[in-house]
Design a protein around this ligand. Structure first.
Ligand SMILES: Cc1ncc(C[n+]2csc(CCOP(=O)(O)OP(=O)(O)O)c2C)c(N)n1
Ligand SMILES: [Mg+2]
Length: 659
């Protein structure tokens, strides 16, 4: 076995021992050893003749481990033409599975195309192990073909960068490679104590880049010539990783897992064995104490956190829960569905200024929500406790945090859910009134509108479904119209809020969701987002395919801009913001050989969702009409909300700041 193949085979084996179940590859020549090793490992773990779309869980042993080893889990390989799509596919897989995914490309500009997904993974704490093949040092800076400076290519967006040594056939290499793989895994997954995210290993590989002639005619790494290596290449004999990391500190019994609000999915969580426990498992810190006061609010931003304890705290305190869809915390009796309308309603926010805000995840989806955090109108909240996203990561976009904590406890006498709170009742009454008014507007319109589609979609999905919501209006329409519910996992790329890579991210999330036994998946995307990642539609015949309906809301451009200040400049608006394209979505789906359908009436939504496999459903809407409808919705909801709380007056705010 030559050194490049030995490295790739051992490194792959070690990553699988760490827990790797999915790998994504965009082909090239310099990365050939990694491509062959991943393919060998994935093929060997699959029962003979089976389709490649199987569950990447347990499977028979691969023959890829030089020197043999006990049966191990299977690895699933995905191949994509476009590195940007490949990287977002990996992001979706890792986000839904909460497990690092390996992402491999060749040298040169290929590696640069990973950058947007690496940034999103950094911002949203999604674990990726990025492996970029490179020329060996002696060929760099010489004008050698397809050679660029790949060192620290992703800057500060990775948790850890490492330039691997050029593989050599000498003693000590196997331990080095296995230790390196474990290091990369731990830094990505958070098992080493950090916040999960992407890591980058630049891998210089010298020729030969394929198995030695006379080795394995199928192009497999081969076991036989492993004997010629100067030392055994095998890993730990019990199949365990070369290096394991001690689990986080024991969890305080004061923070039992929430039974009433189980986590939205049953999958593995990085660095811990359970998804449902205290908000943060990583911390040995004492929970922050929050003294009870009536006027409290819980804000749940985007993110992957066990929100059950927080929802129970909100119930015990009598505080409303203002949860973005991708927080997966919009459930339980205190969750509101139209809070965005309430916060925009004139007078409502001033009348409902909280004395304490507890925020979790990464808020920032709407201006009203940011204004609440900022304390506008009125004084900044006297107390704003931010629950950190992970070690060293917290989100405080309004810079009003008075305390950042890993966990919190409600202290002092609390009313409990059975004692009616005028404060909570007021929020709930206003929410119900706004919801009712908005529903009436939506149901009276003859054309299928974008907000109605979002509302009906969230309600129509069965328990166990996954919903990927694209940036721009789809996720905002859900935020304004999704009724509280459990059973559907909502994911979105809210780290950097790009409209890039969303076809591939949705495909990756659906694949991981279904590999773990999850139900159907739907991605709701604007037309520009869909077009932006149209290469993501192109799946080769051997590629794993999800059961995913891509619902394309085609308003022929960026509808969100019609709701923003830019709309006040009608001259340049259409060309430089609206971005009309006139693209034929059906032909694009046809070019990728995907089933395509048009949805025209709201009543037909269940039927449109009823298919199977990867498919495209287009809904045509109009940007101008959408902007008009949204204005009408805001006005109707505001009038209803304000009227609903006008009669019974709220308890007077205490003269002090309530702390
Ligand atoms: C990669 C990237 N480029 C540009 C933007 C700025 N941007 C935000 S929303 C948007 C328009 C999106 O249009 P579409 O996907 O059709 O959704 P719609 O606004 O119509 O709902 C753009 C260009 C972005 N967020 N990400
Ligand atoms: Mg659009």
């Amino acid at each position: 076995m030559n050194p490049s193949m030995a490295f790739a085979t051992v490194f792959t084996d070690e990553l699988v021992r760490c827990g790797l179940r999915e790998a994504v590859l965009a082909p090239g020549s310099r990365s050939a050893p990694l491509a062959l090793a991943l393919h060998d490992r994935a093929e060997a773990g699959r029962p003979r003749g089976s389709a490649p779309r199987g569950d990447p869980g347990a499977g028979p042993a691969s023959r890829g481990d030089p020197g043999g080893r006990p049966p191990g889990p299977a690895l699933r390989l995905h191949v994509r033409i476009d590195e940007r799509s490949a990287a977002f596919l990996a992001l979706g897989l890792a986000k839904a599975s909460r497990r690092p995914v390996a992402l491999v490309c060749t040298s040169g500009t290929a590696a640069a195309h990973f950058h947007p997904a690496v940034i999103e993974a950094d911002e949203s704490g999604v674990p990726l192990v990025v492996l970029t093949a490179d020329r060996p040092p002696e060929l760099r800076g010489t004008g050698a073909n397809q050679t660029i400076d790949q060192l620290k290519l992703y800057g500060a967006a990775v948790r850890w960068f490492c330039e691997a040594g050029v593989p050599e056939a000498r003693p000590g290499m196997a331990g080095y490679w296995r230790s390196l793989a474990c290091h990369a895994w731990a830094m990505a997954s958070g098992e080493a104590g950090g916040y999960p995210g992407p890591v980058h290993v630049n891998v210089p590989l010298r020729d030969p880049l394929v198995p030695d002639v006379g080795g394995d005619a199928d192009g497999r790494a081969g076991d036989a010539d492993a004997a010629a290596w100067p030392e055994p290449l095998v890993g730990r004999s019990d199949g365990s990783p070369w290096t394991s990391f001690a689990p986080p500190a024991a969890i305080s019994p004061a923070a039992p897992p929430s039974r009433r609000y189980p986590a939205a999915s049953t999958e593995h969580r990085c660095g811990s064995s359970s998804t449902d426990g205290p908000l943060m498992r990583w911390s040995g810190l004492e929970p922050a104490r929050v003294e009870w006061t009536e006027r409290g609010v819980v804000v749940c931003g985007d993110g992957d956190y066990a929100c059950g304890p927080l929802l129970e705290l909100a119930e015990a305190a009598g505080w409303p829960v203002l949860a973005e869809p991708s927080s997966n915390a919009r459930r339980g009796p205190n969750a509101l569905s139209a809070y965005g309308y309430l916060l925009d309603a004139p007078g409502f926010a001033a009348e409902h200024r909280p004395d304490v805000i507890v925020s979790a995840g990464r808020p920032g989806l709407s201006r009203g929500q940011l204004a609440l955090l900022r304390g506008t109108p009125g004084p900044v909240p006297a107390r704003h406790v931010v629950l950190a996203q992970g070690p060293g990561r917290w989100s405080d976009p309004a810079r009003t945090a008075t305390c950042v904590a890993a966990d919190l406890r409600l202290a002092g006498p609390t009313p409990g859910p059975e004692i009616p709170s005028a404060w909570l009742a007021s929020w709930k009454q206003a929410d119900a009134a706004a919801r009712h008014a908005a529903d009436a507007v939506l149901d009276s319109a003859s054309a299928l509108s974008e907000p109605r589609l979002a509302r009906d979609l969230a309600a129509a999905l069965p328990d166990g479904a996954l919903l990927w919501a694209a940036s721009s209006l789809p996720v905002r329409d859900l935020d304004l119209h999704m009724a509280p519910r459990a059973g559907v996992r909502v994911l979105a790329s809210r780290g950097a809020s790009g409209i890039d890579g969303l076809v591939s991210s949705a495909i990756g999330a659906a694949l991981a969701h279904q590999a773990a036994g999850g139900g159907p998946a739907v991605g709701i995307l604007g037309d520009l987002a869909f077009l932006h990642d149209s290469p993501g539609l192109l799946l080769g015949p051997d590629e794993p395919r999800p059961d995913l309906c891509l619902l394309v809301v085609n308003n022929d451009g960026g509808g969100i801009f019609s709701d923003l200040e830019q709309a006040a400049f009608p001259g340049p608006f259409e060309r430089v913001f609206g971005t009309p394209h006139g693209a034929d979505i059906s032909r694009l789906a046809g070019a990728a050989r995907l089933p395509y359908a048009r949805l025209e009436r709201a009543e037909d939504l269940p039927q449109a969702l009823a298919g199977r496999g990867l498919r495209v459903v287009e809904v045509r809407t109009e940007r101008a009409a959408g902007a008009g409808l949204r204005a009408e919705l805001r006005a109707a909801a505001a009038v209803a909300a304000v009227a609903a709380v006008a009669a019974p007056s709220l308890p007077a705010r205490p003269a002090s700041d309530g702390t």
